[in-house]
Design a protein. Structure first.
Lengths: 114, 108
């Protein structure tokens, strides 16, 4: 099974709301990723967790807060977002980060900030 | 970081036609993947191909790592092939980088 699941599929939130995106994989992968994708642009890496520790933070604003509770789960906590944060948020996983491994992506969460 | 360039940016084909998509990268890579993003946003793995040649049905890919490019071949295009094709690479920093993609439209 090469499935990565993400919830919710769609999310509309106001600028003062707090919400969370969730990602789950059961492939035994030890690296998990968050990407942000704006319309007609490629995915941009936000965070990488390797063995449940944050290993890469691509200078993402603090209103995005990642969390990796265990090796199968990855959350992205959202607070005080701006309308320009509206995008498709993609989660991915791979067997490892420090070597040559294939990434598998979830279906994404479409976020609209009003 | 590594620069990734994909060409052409847009491609329009009639059903049944063949096409070649190209991905150039600026430095040596540990990892190279081709993805198809469907209209709903799902990124579908096509090939994991840091070097060599692979085939899967009507699709095939070749990566010449020493010359820093990869090619994706689509034969006998179908309307379901429409979407955006991305090349993504990872180098020594282990930070995945995507190209800007090739947007493919296949008309019946």
């Amino acid at each position: 099974d090469t499935e990565v699941t993400q919830t919710p599929k769609h999310l509309v939130m106001g600028m003062t709301n707090k919400k969370s995106l969730k990602c789950e994989q059961h492939m035994g992968h030890r690296a998990m990723y968050w990407y942000k994708q704006k319309a007609k642009k490629p995915p941009e890496l936000m965070f990488v967790y390797s063995y449940e520790k944050l290993s890469i933070n691509e200078s993402v604003p603090s209103r995005f807060s990642p969390e990796c509770p265990n090796s199968s789960l990855l959350n992205l906590h959202l607070h005080a977002l701006q309308p320009e944060d509206s995008a498709l948020y993609l989660c991915a996983s791979s067997q490892d980060q420090g070597n040559v491994y294939e990434q598998y992506f979830g279906p994404g969460t479409r976020l609209t900030v009003t | 970081g590594i620069q990734v360039e994909q060409s052409p940016p847009d491609l329009i084909l009639q059903e049944g036609a063949n096409s070649t998509l190209r991905c150039n990268f600026s430095d040596s890579v540990n990892n190279l993947q081709w993805f198809h993003q469907n209209p709903w946003g799902q990124l579908i793995n096509l090939f994991y191909i840091p070097s060599g040649t692979k085939q899967n049905g009507r699709l095939s890919a070749t990566t010449v790592a020493t010359e820093r490019y990869s090619l994706l071949y689509i034969s006998s295009s179908q309307t379901t092939d429409s979407g955006v094709y991305f090349c993504a690479v990872t180098g020594g920093s282990y930070i995945p980088t995507f190209g800007r993609g090739t947007s493919l439209i296949v008309h019946p």
